[in-house]
Design a binder for this molecule. Structure first.
Ligand code: ADP
Length: 210
């Protein structure tokens, strides 16, 4: 689907009590969508790849992106010298319908937690923030994310969704009214567990206007 066809967040929301700490916010609800779709089909300005540190391709969403993009993508990635966990790098999109691909490396949940219990969340938030910053630096207006780290990297979906939606709301809040602000953030999930986790997190941090 094109961006215009994406669901509006508020239509997906259950009627839940609004958390007074996160009051309804018109502009933000119009800026965020949650869909269940294949990231590689989206005609947004950039999609975000849940890559590994080598940036040379892998399984899951990373494999799907490389397959759909064609061999030009791995060729460009091989010149980037990898990527640290929590950081992001941008490439062309080759045969994908989007314009750019942002490659970010999510934390491996259990190994990051072993060092420090707060570390996975800091790194996951950094993935989303750094990806959005990179998109803005390239004057991109629309960005779509998969549920980073919630596949083989083992991050529990509900914990991930809470941290991610909170981070994205803070980011959008801090750029409201700026010329280069992002116009739409899409969470493009694959699995039902992530859809449920996002519905809850959005009801809390991005409640609909009553
Ligand atoms: P990670 O290593 O960061 O956990 P995975 O690729 O294993 O990355 O999983 C990340 C999420 O991406 C999972 O929730 C998985 O279901 C989802 N996913 C897999 N393929 C696609 C796709 N084509 N589009 C969107 N999401 C996808």
């Amino acid at each position: 689907p094109t961006v215009a066809q994406l669901y509006r967040t508020r239509k997906l929301l259950p009627a839940e009590t609004i958390d007074p700490a996160f009051p309804p916010s018109q502009h933000l609800n119009d800026s965020v969508s949650v869909i269940r779709n294949d990231l590689t089909k989206l005609e947004v300005d950039c999609i975000v790849n849940a890559a590994n540190k080598s940036l040379l391709g892998g399984g899951g969403v990373d494999g799907a992106i490389h397959r759909a993009a064609g061999p030009g993508l791995v060729k460009e990635c091989s010149g980037l010298d990898g990527c640290d966990t929590g950081d992001a790098k941008i490439t062309q999109a080759y045969n994908l319908p989007c314009k750019y691909v942002v490659h970010t490396v999510g934390p491996i949940y259990h190994s990051a937690s072993r060092q420090d219990a707060t570390r996975p969340e800091k790194l996951l938030r950094s993935c989303y923030r750094t990806s959005m910053e990179l998109a803005m630096q390239h004057s991109l207006k629309t960005i779509a994310f998969p549920a980073i780290s919630t596949g083989v990297y083992g991050y529990p979906s509900h914990l991930a969704a809470r941290a991610v939606v909170h981070e994205v709301r803070q980011f959008l809040d801090s750029h409201v009214g700026q010329n280069n602000a992002l116009q739409r953030v899409t969470f493009s999930n694959f699995e039902q567990k992530d859809m449920e986790a996002y519905a809850k997190a959005i009801a809390k941090y991005l409640p609909p206007t009553p």
